[in-house]
Ligand binder design. Sequence first.
Ligand code: UDX
Length: 462
Amino acid sequence: MSKKSASKKTPSKSKKPRIAVLGGAGYVGLVTSAGLAELGYEVIAADLNKERVKRLSKGECPLHEEYLPELISRQLNSKRLSFTSDPARAITNSRVIVVAVGTPSRHDGSTDLNAIIEAAKTIRRHLKPYTIVVIKSTVPLGTVEMVSDIIGRKHKIGKAYDLASVPEFLREGRAVRDFFNPDRIIIGADRARPRQVLKTIHEPLLKRSHAYVSNEKASTIPLILTSIKAAQLIKHAANTFLANRLTFINEIASLCDRLGVPIDDVVEGLGHDPRIGQYYLKPGPGFGGPCLEKDLASLIALAEHYGYRAPFLRAMLERNRSQIDELYRKVRVMAGYPLHGKKIALFGLSFKAGTNDVRNSPALKMAKRLLSEGVEVYGHDPYANKQAGSALTEIKIGTDPYKTARHAHLIIITTEWPEFTKLDWKRIKKLTTKAYILDTRNLLNPKQMKRLGFIYAGLGRN
Ligand code: UDX
């Protein structure tokens, strides 16, 4: 085969391309690596976190994620999945490189792209033609173009490599289900070859021939082929819209509190409009986690870079940050002012139920606020005690809810773990100093709690 036509060769159907995942021990990278291996690809997950790589190579899963532990061990046993702390080896041996490294927020809200830049430089050093570089990390528009400049200093685009943006939409706590049941697949590529190769790679997902877990979706998944720029912005816009929805319902819940209208009736009334829907409308302590606030701040910073103030996005971010003040107002009324010397028990420390992730957790934000007022803060979480204890050493971690509740002047439900609905609340009432509950997740049944003698307050519930 002539050199020219050889360079045009895309992987044949039978020979599936080996895939490297950089950041392969991180949240998105790990789920992506295990998921692609389950789809039948040989995957080398590379990560600089040597400790995590060592644990994963032994089959230990560092994340509390449904289905993930068995998926990892099955794919390690099938020899399709392997882990390495040497990205060079992964890059040299692969023709598709997925970049899933972390893109945290800087203090000014802009995105810290250092890990992406380092990954691009490593790829430049070790890339073997022809390779497709897929940016999966959530990045501000313009980042993939920057990666192209870095790799392009040594390699020719279209010949040695191509680029694509394939954003992910995984939710923590259901990441494996989301990987195998995506609402859509977005392939952002500006040339035909990467578009075709990535379409083929996603075929098993598109056709649902690998619905690893129960198939909750329609028989085929929409595939959106778009530009690299659009794909980057779609991801940011999606998360920002979700943040908008949550900010909205927290605002309405604050109104309901003051107007004496039950929020549950309002949500029920809203949700029957198909343009609104019932989902993602639960009031809470403000949206937390490593993504929503970060992506909102990143989009604001991007807008500012282009000379646009984005007043609505700023208001959204500000309102989410002020949700803690809204809760604190209730805490002072319920626990009694001054708070100094009081004991308050937080039920739930992770940023939401289903995960042990405490990054940007509203529970820890509340704990810090209470500690600054001289409150003795106890906390319990069914899965995130260890993570919370190392993230906030001043919080007193309770090994079970009963010990945590002992002598409390107030219990705050901060994470909506279903385990909390099954507790012996009669017993808890006897353990507390004052039987007060602030339910920031509207998790418990107000009538039942009041029947047990608790003074109960929720959000938009009286
Ligand atoms: C989010 C997006 O949903 C996902 O598509 C994207 O890929 C990553 O960011 P995640 O942050 O894992 O996923 O969690 P999500 O379930 O969206 O919740 C985000 C925050 O909003 C959590 O703090 C959660 O408690 C809160 N939330 C969510 C509410 O307060 N009310 C709701 O109804 C839903």
